[in-house]
Design a protein around this ligand. Structure first.
Ligand code: BGC
Length: 724
């Protein structure tokens, strides 16, 4: 039941005030002197003073003083004294920046992921911010898409669990508590499935695919009581999400019982005119409200057209009222009617931003997120014998390692790779070369200067060589789709030439997406996928390089051999002519004749300095209920303590519709000391065996299932069971 004071407020509001309440504008509308970096195209909407004075929320990250100033001035003018809501993108940290979400996904560490969101919320809420546009739960399979960096990866289960952890981290139990933010899961729905990996492109998926792969993570957020959900730019079944009643009313509200606020993406309601499902702003406003869209971000269809649409009887006023109610309820849930400034406190920001505790958590998560992909026994390094390290490449000295959407994080606060290593080896034992930094591709930049000769000369006396290469952080994120995923030519050349020194070459790749690393693989003795690891990058990688931390990160997304294989993902459907087990000469099979079907490195893959052995897979079915218990013995067969990520996959062998060849259904991060072995078990429930049929029913079908447990999506012990 809605609170009486909110119902009274709605009764007292004019239609114009209600329409404005549904509108979100950037801070410069409220305070001309405030400028923020906008995350989309800016247009002048010619709004009246009254429209602005009644707008319900603000988009953009500023500081405590400015938020308070805007709130103060607003409350003085707003005749109902309804506070403004402040929202912004705090994606992987506010000031202390954690790894990009794609990297965090690979940590498989839900607790630490939750803690990172909690820290981000703390650091952001002291500025006076109320809502973060995070987590992004979009399932991603196409590394050409720049926004893969913002997602926890290609698997629906991992996505769902990570999304839950983030919502819990931001919101806690009570949004009124200090240090909490309301979370906004995005981009509903299936924004990651755009054709060809091209930004904002068409999505066309069957409902089966949507329900199987793409929707579970948003639903998980709803189950965690996420406060808001943001619509996506793309179409679903030829209808843009922002004006899609099936998605917003049927699926989200009726089926999932979502009671929070829906918000468009930046200008995406207006863009349904470009999509050509609305002729003008009036029709766009009508479609938005009919679909169940509450807040319109950075366009003005609602504020300019809704009052007239109600007056002419084209839409029901109760739809507008419902949307206003949900927004006012969110303001109430955050406690803004009692305290419109919430946690705003500039001195608090100075106290907690980048504090030791936050940096420590960032370092730990960065250490767990980097993925060791190759190691010819050259790692870990030993400091003994006055080890001298040479580091070459654009990320050797660079602090451009925060990754996109880095809140108010600043490069200057980041630890570079060279500085991280210097802290351990001393300045004299670290030599750097060819350190020119990358610039954004959009500036026309193509490559760093070829200084390979100089680099080889400078590093010739070093014992070990690191090549710190990758892509500019601005080349991933929104509006950064790419077709060429190899390293730039001079970076590849650098690695190749460094190899000639006959010293161990360790490559670290910094990127917001899987890149095509096959061409450099032969030239390196070890390779760490370093993503963008955030503020503590240099320290975290140093911990890994010297074995202070044993690598445990896994790939949250497959790394393709070549761009031509994309999309390549582990949970594909079996075809009628599967290629597995056939001779390489077999022509009439589902295959490429010039490349393997499987990726270079599969989902879930990652090495450790320990050697883990899996044995004794044992699956016991339970005759009393539909389910089973699966257990496996995992042994750390090495002299090094370490963490292993034990993964459970299930395949439904025969069903009414084609099922994926395997699906991740559980995982556990287990610490095993040298020589230790442990039995790890998983409960397999009926829920885990169900799937959506073509009538959109979530059903169990009796029959055979294959239970698989192992180290990654390809190296698995397998056992078949029958469940009736
Ligand atoms: C992005 C969203 C973001 C919004 C607000 C849009 O361009 O797609 O992810 O939350 O801007 O900054």
């Amino acid at each position: 039941m809605a609170k009486q004071f909110i119902l009274d407020l709605i009764k007292a509001m004019t239609l114009e005030e209600k329409a404005a309440q549904l509108t979100q504008l950037s801070p410069n509308y409220f305070d001309e002197k405030t400028s923020v970096t906008l995350t989309g195209p800016y247009r002048n909407f010619d709004l009246t003073k009254e429209m602005i004075e009644n707008a319900g929320s603000v988009l953009g990250c500023v500081d405590a003083q400015t938020y308070c100033k805007i709130q103060d001035a607003y409350l003085k003018k707003n005749r109902h004294h309804i506070p403004l809501l402040f929202m912004a993108d705090i994606i992987h940290g506010m000031k202390t920046i954690f790894p990009i979400p794609l990297a965090i996904g690979g940590s498989f560490d839900l607790k630490l992921c939750e803690e990172s969101a909690q820290i981000a919320a703390k650091e952001a809420s002291v500025t006076g911010l109320h809502v973060t546009f995070s987590p992004m739960a979009d399932l991603v399979r196409d590394p050409r898409w720049g926004r893969v960096m913002e997602s926890p990866g290609e698997d629906p289960y991992l996505n769902s669990e990570m999304t839950r952890a983030m919502v819990r981290g931001y919101q806690g139990k009570d949004l009124k508590e200090s240090g909490r933010l309301a979370a906004c899961v995005k981009h509903f729905a299936a924004y990651g499935a755009g054709d060809g990996g091209r930004e904002y492109n068409t999505v066309d998926l069957s409902r089966g695919m949507l329900k199987e792969y793409y929707l579970p993570a948003y639903r998980a957020a709803v189950e965690e009581d996420v406060a808001l959900i943001m619509t996506s730019f793309n179409t679903i079944e030829r209808v843009p999400s922002t004006g899609n009643p099936w998605l917003l009313r049927e699926v989200l509200r009726k089926e999932w019982g979502f009671r929070g606020v829906t918000i468009s993406d930046f200008n995406s309601l207006d863009e349904i005119i470009n999509h050509s499902i609305a002729a003008d702003s009036k029709e766009a406003a009508k479609k938005g409200i009919v679909s169940g869209l509450d807040i319109e971000m950075m366009s003005a269809c609602y504020v300019t057209c809704l009052p007239e649409l109600v007056r002419t009887g084209e839409i029901k006023e109760e739809w507008v009222d419902e949307a206003v109610l949900r927004i006012l309820e969110l303001k109430d849930r955050l406690g803004l009617f009692e305290n419109p400034y919430k946690d705003a406190d500039q001195s608090g920001a100075e106290r907690i931003w980048l504090c030791e505790k936050h940096r420590k958590a960032a370092r730990k998560l960065a250490g767990e997120s980097a993925v060791l992909l190759k190691n010819n026994s050259v790692l870990p390094l030993s400091k003994a014998n006055n080890l001298k390290i040479g580091i070459a490449g654009p990320f050797a000295e660079s602090k451009q390692v925060l990754g996109g959407w880095a809140g108010q994080g600043e490069n200057k606060d980041a630890i570079s790779l060279a500085d991280g290593i210097r802290a351990v080896l001393g300045n004299e034992n670290v030599v750097t070369a060819m350190t020119q930094e990358l610039q954004e591709r959009l500036t026309g930049f193509l490559d760093v200067k070829d200084e390979t000769k100089e680099a080889v000369k400078a590093l010739k006396d070093c014992d070990v060589i690191l090549a710190a290469v990758g892509e500019h952080p601005g080349d991933s994120g929104e509006a950064a789709s790419k077709t060429y995923l190899r390293l730039s030519k001079n970076q590849e050349k650098l690695i190749h030439e460094l190899k000639e020194l006959s010293k161990p070459v360790i490559v670290i790749v910094f990127a917001g997406r899987p890149m095509e690393i096959e061409p450099i693989l032969e030239d390196c003795d070890a390779l760490i996928y370093g993503w963008f690891l955030g503020t503590e990058m240099g320290n975290a990688l140093t911990d890994l390089l010297f074995g202070k931390v044993n690598p445990s990160g896994r790939l949250s997304i497959s790394i393709p051999h070549t761009v031509g294989q994309i999309p390549v993902y582990y949970n594909y459907f079996q075809t009628g002519r599967p290629y597995q087990g056939m001779s390489p000469q077999e022509r009439f099979a589902s295959r490429y004749i010039d490349c393997e079907n499987s990726p270079l490195y599969p989902f879930g893959y990652g090495l450790s300095y320990s050697n883990f052995i899996y044995s004794n897979l044992n699956v016991c079915t339970d005759s009393k209920k539909r389910g089973a218990t699966a257990s496996v013995l995992v042994k750390n067969d090495s002299d090094t303590d370490g963490t292993v990520v034990v993964q459970l996959y299930i395949r439904d062998i025969t069903a009414s519709v084609v099922r994926p060849v395997k699906e991740l259904k559980g995982f556990q991060r287990i610490w095993l000391t040298a020589g230790e072995q442990k039995e790890i078990s998983f409960e397999i429930t009926e829920e885990m065996l169900k799937y959506y049929n073509n009538k959109e029913e979530f059903i169990f079908e009796a029959g055979e299932f294959e239970i698989m447990i192992g180290d990654n999506s390809e190296q698995l012990l397998k056992e078949k069971i029958t469940i009736l």
